[in-house]
Design a protein around this ligand. Structure first.
Ligand SMILES: [Zn+2]
Length: 338
């Protein structure tokens, strides 16, 4: 189902038909009644729009489409998602003899994922760290086409916009098809894997200064914070959270940064720092324990070998602190625990 907030649907109908908001709402109410309450208010609004000949998604500037609803051939696509894989761009010589760059990343939302292709200046954002795993991306005026494998791809042309980390946008990412569910004991360095387990230890959050534009760690000199790409910046504090997961086959040290650390701690970096300053480290530890300790969670990401500590770690890319109980039950059965 295409999603558009009802107020946007009403605004759209208003602008295309000249009906008043009250008249449209009345029609929506009539439609709901006529259908014996079988449709939601949103659903009724879609039907009213359609009956009035209003094309809600023709001009997608009024709302983003879910990634799973994108089909090859669509134009003027607006979509929002999180980058779950970023690939290094390739440089080649264009027909005009000039060097060209093409790059791509996998964009995901709660409905699915799609390879997204970008060119030249934007492709360089994959190199300078502006687009990386975890970045929230909004695209406008993109188009979809079929790739060589029969799948769909999202393409950005020169008319398209690409907005990084848009304000007030939250993205939930579906469990990835490309990431295999694994037992902790099976993990190998460089795997991309998803693991379900119980949090058996949580360490106090730590903080480090980052660039507000690219999220990379900044160096602090006499004049202030300096980002390798963005030069002199006003630093922000980012959070790191370390914890240990146990799935009965083995325990696994997990490391989460930034928004993933926030989601797992149940606190933003700013909130955590405020508690730290006002109530001290013990209270902060308590708060994080209350939220995360003993929970069964699902995390996915890249498995790294930490030579310094001689252990395998998971660098958390996605975290779900409330996984579906059915999925948990299945995992437990597989491990022979239940
Ligand atoms: Zn920067």
């Amino acid at each position: 189902m295409l999603q558009l907030p009802i107020k946007d649907v009403i605004t759209k109908i208003q602008s295309e038909t000249g009906l008043s908001e009250a008249e449209i709402k009345q029609q929506v109410a009539n439609k709901m009644q006529a259908l014996d309450g079988l449709v939601s208010e949103d659903g009724a609004a879609y039907i009213v729009a359609s009956e009035l000949g209003v094309h809600l998604f023709k001009d997608t500037r009024s709302g983003a489409i879910k990634l799973n609803d994108i089909v090859a051939g669509m134009q003027s696509i607006e979509a929002v998602g999180q980058v779950i894989r970023a690939f290094s761009p390739t440089t080649f010589t264009g027909k005009d003899g000039k060097p060209k760059q093409v790059g791509s990343f996998i964009l995901a939302d709660e409905t699915g994922e799609i390879r997204t292709v970008i060119w030249d200046q934007r492709a360089s954002w994959l190199t300078d760290g502006r687009i990386k795993e975890g970045t929230i991306v909004k695209v406008k005026d993109a188009y979809a086409k079929q790739n060589n494998l029969g799948g769909k791809e999202l393409h950005l042309g020169y008319k398209s916009s690409l907005i990084l980390d848009p304000k007030n946008v939250n993205v939930t990412v579906a469990a990835r098809a490309g990431v295999s569910k694994k037992k902790i004991a099976e993990l190998q360095p460089n795997d991309f894997a998803s693991v379900i387990g119980e949090v058996v230890q949580v360490f106090a959050p730590k903080f480090y200064p980052v660039c507000p534009q690219c999220g990379k760690k900044v160096t602090i000199d006499a004049a202030g914070a300096v980002c390798a790409t963005h030069k002199s910046v006003t630093q922000q504090q980012a959070m790191i959270l370390n914890f240990v997961l146990d799935d009965t086959t083995e325990t696994l040290r997990c490391v989460a940064f930034r928004d993933k650390a926030g989601a797992l701690a149940g606190l933003t970096a700013a909130e955590a720092q405020e508690i730290l300053l006002k109530d001290g480290p013990d209270r902060l530890q308590e708060r994080v324990d209350e939220f995360l300790f003993g929970k069964t969670i699902e995390v996915s990401g890249k498995v790294n070998r930490n030579e310094e500590y001689d252990r395998t770690e998971l660098l958390v890319n996605q975290a779900n602190v409330n996984p579906d109980p059915k999925v948990i039950a299945k995992e437990l059965l597989n491990s022979g625990k239940a």
